[in-house]
Design a protein around this ligand. Structure first.
Ligand code: ACM
Length: 717
């Protein structure tokens, strides 16, 4: 029998503090993510013994030579065999790039590829260079570790993306991210066939690109953290090598506090230095001042020259009406020109910006507030306040890139995002009570047709989707773990056919894919271990055991900005060094435990010992953590979560023992009930505003499986 151990060992290590092996049943095929359109496993495999010999046919732009060098290096990292070209070749890789593809790095780039692997080697035929890149990423996912050593699985694959725009948005304004950190994310994106990085380069907290025309932007508005023009060019080239487009965003007229600190003459209301935390999310440019447009046109001209992509994002979100109406000059301007409301005034602003970007040859893109009043239909709209805006924007003729439903900073687990389809009919995506990210204006019901539904014709407007990560509470050290593995799940949502929706399969593949990404440079586990070592320098194990089965509270409860524990933003960012900053939204350990519990309840009684060992470890962990916290106040806030984990573990043990119903059952129900109520308290943005959150901001990921074990004792057997 063929045994496949494909990186399960590492996947096991990723389950921090695991006392038991992850039971690997259910994953018979390689963990491909995104799942290809057509995949047919073939008998046999090719032993990976060393180098790669490439046989080229067709177009061979220089970027493909670099791509093959990267591939060889990655193959070596995955297989622990020196795969440098020129080594005695273990793998013959035939590449035929049919066309040099003049549309490369545009929305129309050719990403289709056909891949065949067998005992003789691999053959990759692609319509263009992008297809070669995508095929090489899939080829790496066919590497398996057999008992005899690393092999390449035999398969026939034919694949192309469902959506042309498959993006990740990183907010580098709230927390600056170094070039190295961004390059690492670009590598991960290449490996999962994502193809757009949208950089949110300007917001209240900072402007992040060197400007030669307006140097106060980096001198005053960046707090010393910005990308030089040379760095931007290098980053764009780095992305281009990986078939990834860079779409810059310079948010205006709102979210512009930092810019207005540098150039206060364009502000609608006075802007102060040092930063006034209450005004950071409010300050807006003055749309009645002709000089504002001169400034923006020159700035956008300079920035357009740095970013070669055809698309240019200008934000346009969350303008606070009173920033404009509260200024008598602007109020008079509105009256004089007959602008009935702020949306109408913003439409004028949008028109001006549209014209200046058209002169630059750029396609304008902005958040869904832009359609609160009619604007040119060629503007790309990015719905974020709900999927109903996808329908509204498409119905108004706009191209659409969907981000509603994909806000990674809501800290939901991968499956919740995976469930949301970019073409979901109205009502999915963010529910109506979740529209406000930062006290956003209420939904403007007037622009929305309540009967609107997604139709095939409207769906034709949707170019794709993006996963945004806003970084109010994400430092560079947290970036990998906050993006991955959830972005891999979304890469599949955006690439694979809509029918690929199996969350059980996703859950089995995700740890394997994450372990591969970590072998290839992703730092999620390394970073979380470093953060734990800082919090618990003597011994990270007890904290690691707790955090392996807890996740942070959701829907911005951990931001402490919108919730009951309202903490006003401060100019000095809150340190992001708490347990909930380390805990990840997906617990592989809890997911594996839940799989084993379900299998056990379905008759796999051989799993009982493994379940018991894990439960005993969780129960015993509490005393160890309490001992440590006695001498370390920083750890104390996790003790209630640790105590609840111990109570849940005890409930699971009692259920396994099936002690005749007695006092254990009441205690078990109480523990499960409390853990469930804690999930409930951050189930939506609305709840977060009104419900107290658990101490330490931690949720018990073991709860659903423990509840199953407890309930099962009700069944006669
Ligand atoms: C946004 O989240 N304000 C686009």
């Amino acid at each position: 029998m063929r045994r496949v151990r494909r990186f399960r060992f590492l996947a096991l290590l990723l389950c921090m503090g695991s006392a038991q092996a992850v039971t690997g049943y259910g994953l018979a095929a390689p963990a491909l993510m995104p799942q290809p359109v057509f995949y047919q496993p073939q008998p046999g495999s090719l032993a990976l013994t060393g180098g790669v010999r490439v046989v080229w046919q067709g177009a061979r732009p220089a970027l493909l030579d670099r791509a093959v060098a990267r591939f060889s290096h990655r193959l070596a990292m995955l297989s622990a065999r020196d795969a440098a070209p020129g080594q005695s070749a273990g793998l013959t890789l035939r590449i035929r790039c049919v066309n040099a593809d003049p549309a490369m790095l545009s929305i129309h780039m050719k990403e289709h590829y056909h891949l065949q692997t067998d005992a003789e080697g691999a053959t990759l035929v692609a319509d263009g260079p992008a297809g070669v890149l995508r095929g090489l990423s899939t080829l790496l996912q066919l590497v398996e570790r057999h008992d005899s050593g690393p092999v390449l699985d035999a398969a026939v694959i034919d694949d192309s993306p469902r959506f042309a725009w498959r993006g990740v948005m990183v907010d580098v304004s709230r927390h600056f991210m170094s070039v190295a950190a961004l390059e690492r994310q670009l590598d991960m994106m290449e490996l999962t066939r994502l193809n757009v990085v949208h950089l949110h380069l300007s917001d209240g907290q900072g402007f992040r690109v060197e400007s030669r025309l307006y140097p106060r932007l980096q001198q005053v508005a960046s707090h010393g953290e910005y990308y030089t023009q040379r760095q931007i060019r290098a980053l764009v080239a780095y992305a281009a090598d990986r078939g990834i487009r860079v779409v810059p965003e310079f948010d205006a007229p709102g979210h512009s506090y930092a810019v207005l600190q540098a150039y206060p003459q364009y502000a609608a209301q006075p802007v102060t230095t040092p930063m006034d935390p209450k005004r950071v999310v409010r300050a807006a440019m003055d749309p009645s001042n002709p000089q504002t447009y001169v400034f923006l046109a020159r700035l956008y001209h300079e920035m357009a020259g740095l970013f070669p992509d055809a698309y240019f994002h200008v934000g346009g979100d969350e303008v606070r009406p009173d920033e404009w109406t509260g200024n008598p000059h602007i109020a008079a301007f509105m009256k004089r020109h007959g602008h009935a409301d702020v949306a109408a005034l913003q439409a004028v602003f949008t028109q001006r910006v549209y014209a200046m970007l058209a002169r630059e040859g750029k396609v304008m893109m902005g958040w869904d507030e832009l359609i609160d009043a009619p604007v040119p239909a060629s503007i790309v709209i990015e719905p974020w306040r709900g999927s109903r805006y996808t329908v509204a924007a498409a119905a108004a003729g706009h191209p659409v890139v969907v981000s509603a439903g994909y806000y990674l900073d809501l800290l939901l687990p991968a499956a919740e995002y995976y469930r949301v389809d970019p073409l979901d009919p109205q009502g999915n995506g963010l529910p109506p009570d979740q529209v406000a990210r930062a006290n956003a204006p209420a939904l403007d019901a007037f622009t929305l047709d309540p009967a609107a539904r997604m139709t095939p014709e409207l769906a034709g407007h949707v170019m794709g989707a993006e996963a945004p990560l806003w970084t109010e509470i994400v430092t560079e050290e947290m970036l990998d773990a906050r993006l991955w593995p959830r972005c891999a799940a979304l890469a599949e949502r955006f690439w694979s056919p809509a029918s690929v929706r199996d969350e059980t399969s996703l859950a089995l593949r995700l740890p394997v894919v994450q372990s591969e990404l970590e072998l290839l440079g992703n730092r999620a586990t390394a970073d979380t271990h470093r953060m734990m070592a800082r919090l618990a320098p003597d011994d990270t194990t007890p904290l690691s055991v707790l955090l392996s089965v807890t996740s942070p509270v959701r829907n911005y409860a951990h931001n402490h900005v919108f919730g009951p524990s309202h903490v006003a933003p401060t100019p000095i960012p809150r340190p992001l060094d708490r347990a909930a900053d380390i805990a990840t939204p997906d617990s592989f350990e809890a997911a594996a435990f839940a799989r084993d519990v379900r299998a056990y309840l379905a008759g796999r009684h051989d799993l009982a010992a493994g379940l018991r060992a894990r439960l005993e470890n969780w129960r015993g962990n509490d005393a160890r953590l309490r001992d440590m916290a006695a001498g370390d106040p920083a750890l104390r806030e996790v003790l209630p979560a640790s105590a609840l984990l111990a109570q849940l573990a005890q409930a699971g043990l009692d259920a396994l023992d099936d002690t005749p119903a007695g006092s254990w059952r009441a205690r078990a129900d109480a523990a499960v009930g409390m853990a469930r109520a804690q999930f409930d308290a951050s189930r939506s943005l609305l709840r977060v505003r009104t419900m107290p959150q658990p101490a330490g901001d931690l949720l018990q990921e073991t709860m659903p499986a423990i509840a199953l074990l407890v309930q099962a004792t009700d069944q006669p057997h």
